[in-house]
Design a protein around this ligand. Structure first.
Ligand code: ZN
Length: 365
């Protein structure tokens, strides 16, 4: 050997001794094991496997050794660095797995936590029911007609053949506005809309009139001083009871399901002749009338509304020639249809504005 290292005996380089190398390996593996996070492991890797680590520094000394010693030391340091890298990779894998698990746990959404979201306004189930019914008529080519809820007595009663002595005109049923000699009422039915339609245009007339009506009923589970009705009126040439039955069967099938039809029972209404009560086939037991059916209470049919062929006197009062035209009319409660459709025993929740009730019926925003 010559040069500046001639006095140096490389065989004896302390850093390359078996003890020092194995101490470096032990220190490295201990440091890796002690690293609790990926951040700490990164520091341990710099300290024990980086360019300035004991083994890296020792490795630099190898070149100065005589051939045999160089070979021995090379193998020793190479093996040691292999062990260190293995220990590092193993610890890295463990810590990465732990990290991932922790992230998953922390990012889990707890669906049972109470929400801070505030309920948004919603459309009322009766509004949606009215629109559904209107859509069914529009699909048949009918028009939707609306009128004022504060109405002339003549349109609410006289035009519909409810004479001055008819019991429906007494104070028990009707809200009268003051002064009484103005003869203005809160409409007791949507029929004045039909009268208005006939007075303002010529047949053919195909209209449905959904809307609010008022009666002086006590407010209880089955009565309300304000409720909703839909009435239909057709006036055209050659219209008969058969057209009425077909229209109501179609409405029943669209509202309550395919195969649900109606039946008529003889009745009396001043504005129709002949008149009939309409029952709709129970959509739960499908008309079988089993004692177990709560919807129809074993009847097989549910009372739905009233209907009939328009009385010629009503046509005359509204300026339509009864010799040329005939028509039919019907009416039913929207609230009532909604109640038995959904098995409600009490109508009061429909009018009390609790959004929890509306939301239960899949109410649209
Ligand atoms: Zn039934």
């Amino acid at each position: 050997m010559s040069g500046p290292n001639s006095s140096f005996d490389p065989v004896e380089v302390a850093a390359l001794s078996e003890e020092e190398v194995s101490r470096a390996v032990d220190a490295a593996t201990a440091a890796f094991a002690a690293a609790a996070t990926l951040e700490e492991l990164k520091q341990a890797r710099i300290d024990h496997a980086g360019d300035r680590s004991a083994l890296a520094l020792a490795n630099r000394e190898i070149g100065a050794l005589p051939p045999q010693a160089r070979k021995d030391a090379g193998q020793r340091v190479g093996r040691a660095r292999g062990q260190v890298n293995q220990a590092l990779a193993a610890r890295q894998e463990v810590l990465e797995a732990e990290h991932e698990e922790r992230m998953l746990a922390e990012e889990t959404v707890d669906v049972t936590l109470p929400t801070t979201r505030r309920p948004r306004g919603a459309r009322h189930p009766i509004t949606l029911q009215s629109e559904l019914i209107a859509d069914i008529f529009v699909a048949m080519g009918w028009e939707i007609a609306e009128g004022p809820v504060v109405e002339a007595e003549w349109l609410n009663f006289d035009a519909l053949n409810l004479g001055p002595d008819h019991p429906a005109r007494t104070m028990q049923d009707t809200f009268w506005t003051e002064p009484a000699d103005r003869h203005v009422v809160l409409r007791t039915q949507t029929s004045p809309v039909q009268a208005r339609t006939m007075l303002t245009r010529q047949p053919p007339i195909y209209v449905a009139c959904p809307g609010r009506v008022f009666r002086t009923d006590e407010y209880d589970a089955t009565h309300s001083p304000m409720f909703h009705q839909v009435e239909g009126l057709v006036v055209d040439e050659g219209i008969s009871m058969a057209h009425l039955k077909g229209s109501l069967d179609h409405l029943a099938a669209r509202l309550f399901g395919e195969g649900i039809d109606t039946r008529f029972r003889p009745s009396y209404f001043p504005f129709t002749e002949p008149s009939a009560e309409v029952d709709v086939r129970c959509f739960v037991c499908r008309g079988v009338g089993s004692d177990a059916c709560r919807t129809c209470r074993g009847e097989g049919w549910i009372e739905w509304g009233g209907c009939g062929v328009v009385n010629p006197r009503v046509l005359t009062a509204c300026g339509v020639d009864p010799e040329r035209y005939s028509g039919f009319a019907f009416g039913m409660g929207i609230d009532r249809s909604f109640m038995f459709r959904h098995g409600l025993e009490d109508l009061r929740p429909l009018f009390e504005g609790d959004v929890r009730f509306s939301a239960a019926f899949g109410t649209e925003i």
